[in-house]
Design a protein around this ligand. Structure first.
Ligand SMILES: [Zn+2]
Ligand SMILES: [Zn+2]
Length: 395
């Protein structure tokens, strides 16, 4: 059996430096992109309407998730799983949380996961039962997990996830920002555990499962981060909203001596192709991120559809006006050659007419003609009216 990583306190971590510098940089980018998007949305009134509409459904979905937790999951308190509650309370106090989040244990058929969410001004932490079984109800490994989730709450990531959703949808920068969150929160976890070995064991359980995870060799696993640095690994990293597990293990290992984890190089082509993969938290643990995806796609569609309809209508109008002009000149020509006006369309349209086949209005209007002494023939469409009555820019 492999010797586990012995007790090692993390070097250089303090409550004030848990969020990595990169998170602040990407935050600025995402804020700028989001402000531009929300601004554009406010200008198009219809966009604002859709935002309120979709926002309502987002709120409804989150409310139902909370209801599900309250009714189906196990609420942890002094009487229910007291050991776990005491551990959670101690981690909350360690980070100086003013209001303790509600903690729930959820049975999820073997999934090893945990997430933090928020509803109506209250924070929630959810731990899946299989992960709890693997980590124990009071252990430094569990403190790592709880510290990670409290890191999300302390850093206000859940509120940011909604307000900054448009910016996070942008390729490269959005996923990079999300990855920085996770890197920061792993540091919160390591600080909560006060033991790098425990943090690694908790992380290796996520990698290798309940039974074998805690016996994995962290250094060997971290080595995977530097192997096979090809195009696809780079693309996977750039488009993912989580750092790869081997990368997270690398970063945790680096906390043993306080040095930053060594970065593996990425393939340049992956950046080019990665620019076409939108962010938005695909593959993240929280069900709210799926809803946020819907929100952002919906808003983009809401802005694109009216613009598309407008372009289509204008092009139909112009095509119809062209038909009218063609019919008018045919009627004028008939009058000139025959000395009398045409009696019906067949006089000018047909195999022997000026126009071979009757032009069709793109909106399926029908054409009628009238004669004016001064203006000559005027053709009218039942859908679009006459080109002569149209404002100049649409003619
Ligand atoms: Zn996380
Ligand atoms: Zn028409």
């Amino acid at each position: 059996m492999i010797a586990p990583v012995p007790f090692t306190p993390p070097v250089g971590l303090s409550p004030s430096n848990l969020n990595v510098a990169k998170e602040r940089t990407y935050h600025l980018w995402v804020v700028v992109l989001s402000v531009l998007f929300w601004g554009a949305l406010a200008i198009t009134v219809i966009g604002l309407f859709y935002a309120v509409f979709i926002g309502f459904f987002l709120w409804l979905g989150n409310g139902l998730l909370i209801a599900y937790l309250r009714a189906e999951a196990v609420r942890v308190n002094e009487k229910q799983m007291p050991e776990l509650f005491a551990c959670f309370k101690s981690v909350c106090e360690q980070f100086g949380l003013k209001q303790m989040p509600s903690l729930y244990v959820l049975q999820s058929g073997g999934l090893l996961n945990a997430f933090a969410t928020r509803h109506s001004g209250r924070d929630f932490v959810v731990v899946y039962s299989d992960l709890l079984e693997a980590l124990g109800t009071d252990s430094p490994e569990l403190r790592f997990l709880l510290g990670h989730e409290i890191g999300h709450i302390k850093s206000r990531h859940i509120v940011k996830q909604i307000l900054l959703a448009p910016g996070m949808f942008f390729p490269l920068v959005g996923p990079a920002y999300r990855r920085a969150w996770e890197t920061s929160c792993d540091r919160y976890g390591a600080f909560a555990a006060q033991d790098v070995g425990a943090a690694l064991r908790a992380m290796l359980i996520l990698c290798g499962g309940k039974q074998y995870g805690r016996h994995l060799d962290a250094a060997v696993y971290a080595g995977q981060h530097y192997e096979d640095r090809g195009f696809f690994i780079s693309l996977h990293e750039l488009t993912s909203s989580y750092p790869t597990l081997s990368r997270r293990v690398t970063d945790l290992l680096a906390l043993k001596d306080g040095a930053p984890g060594r970065r593996a190089p990425r393939h340049w082509l992956a950046y080019c192709l990665g620019a076409f993969f939108p962010g938005g938290g695909v593959g993240s643990g929280s069900p709210a991120t799926a809803l946020i995806m819907v929100l952002v796609i919906g808003m983009m569609a809401a802005m694109a559809i009216p613009a598309f309809t407008k372009v289509r209508e204008t092009s139909q109008l112009k095509a119809c006006y062209n038909n009218e002009r063609m019919l008018e000149s045919a009627l004028d020509q008939y009058l000139l050659e025959n000395g009398k006006g045409a009696g019906e369309w067949n006089d000018v349209v047909g195999p022997n007419g000026y126009i071979k086949t009757m032009p069709v209005c793109p909106s399926l209007g029908t054409y009628s003609a009238g004669h004016d002494e001064k203006a000559g023939y005027l053709v009218n469409c039942t859908k679009h009216g006459s080109v002569h009555d149209a404002p100049p820019q649409t003619r």
